[in-house]
Design a protein around this ligand. Structure first.
Ligand code: NAP
Length: 298
């Protein structure tokens, strides 16, 4: 919006899934640089092409960041139609709406499009091979975006946590207060990623016309077990009251959990496109975690 003589008009950016964990961070962080409008399922259900096209056409953003998704990975295994309707068709609908007003699009995708069998971090040019309905439906969304649009960013991220969402960090802290023993899987590796850091980096990526697929996560990697141990360790240092909790964290194998959806053993995403494009990598996941645990100050 124009603010006066000499001041630049901010680029209009629409964000879907604005009530979600990442959506909230995007609305907050990008609001500093862009004219942001966040929409939720109450504004338009993305599975309804006419409804989402109507809202996007009315707001007429220059760019849409599509963060809405059906993210309950295990539920997707039994709600297969819903998973594809939201993650694949819903994404296609957002892309068609963008095409209608000549807007570019950011689609948020996932590490779960990979099968995790690679013995080094995945780069953007590695072939996808999802193990789950969630992963496959998100990959179908990627394909639709590429079929419908020429100006898009597909941003694959992983292991998100942040304010306003049910996430692993909060779960571990809450359980550490009440349970004597926490069993956490030690045979899946990834890069825990703070939504605020990701939102900032997305803001940077969309300021350039370098379209394509990007892996964006905090740096470094760990297993869920190592992540849980670090969450408790940092919490103990920050808040003495945790000293009274005697939780022991025990490593287990994924097979012991018997969850409906298979997860990749190696979820580590090398942020290779950022490297190639000369864009700085995000800080180490432990630093980001410390920020989140000190009331989310980044
Ligand atoms: N969380 C992770 O670890 C992770 C990792 C990698 C990639 N991602 C991707 O990152 C993005 C954001 O994830 P998140 O964790 O922030 O998800 P989230 O908290 O579950 O937010 C998703 C939002 O989408 C909305 N939504 C669901 N179905 C919809 C529909 N039919 N129409 C409109 N809105 C709908 C949800 O609304 P309701 O709450 O009302 O259902 C929710 O507000 C997703 O694309 C996800 O696949 C997440």
């Amino acid at each position: 919006m124009a603010k006066g003589k000499g001041q630049k008009v901010k680029k209009k950016v629409l964000i879907t899934g604005a009530n979600g964990m990442l959506g909230r961070a995007l609305v907050e962080k990008l609001g500093e640089r862009y004219a942001v409008k966040g929409i939720t399922i109450d504004d338009a259900d993305i599975t309804d092409l006419d409804a989402i096209a109507k809202v996007i056409t009315k707001i007429k953003p220059a760019l849409v960041i599509h963060a809405a998704a059906y993210t309950k990975v295990d539920e997707c295994e039994s709600n297969i139609s819903l998973a594809y309707r939201v993650n694949a068709i819903g994404t296609r609908n957002v892309a068609i709406a963008c095409q209608g007003i000549d807007a570019s699009m950011v689609y948020i995708s996932t590490d779960y499009i990979f099968d995790g069998t690679k013995d080094s971090p995945y780069v953007e040019f590695d072939p996808a091979n999802p193990l789950s309905i969630y992963g496959n439906s998100k990959l179908a969304g990627e394909v639709f975006v590429q079929q419908v649009l020429s100006r898009f960013y597909i941003i694959r991220t992983a292991w998100l946590y942040g304010e306003g969402g049910a996430n692993f960090v909060d779960t571990i802290i809450n359980k550490a207060k009440t349970e004597k023993q926490l069993k956490v899987v030690d045979d899946q590796r990834g890069s825990p990623t703070y939504t605020k850091d990701l939102a900032d980096k997305i803001g940077e990526v969309i300021s350039r016309e370098g379209y394509g697929i990007y892996h964006i996560t905090n740096s470094g990697s760990c297993s869920w077990f190592e992540f849980a141990k670090k969450i408790v360790e940092i919490s103990l240092k920050k808040n003495r009251s945790y000293m009274t909790y005697k939780t022991s964290i025990v490593p287990i194998k994924s097979s012991e959990l018997k969850r409906p959806a298979k997860r990749p053993a190696n979820s580590v995403l090398r942020n290779f496109m950022l490297e190639l494009e000369g864009i700085s990598l995000m800080r180490h996941w432990e630093e980001a975690l410390k920020s989140y645990l000190s009331n989310g100050d980044s």
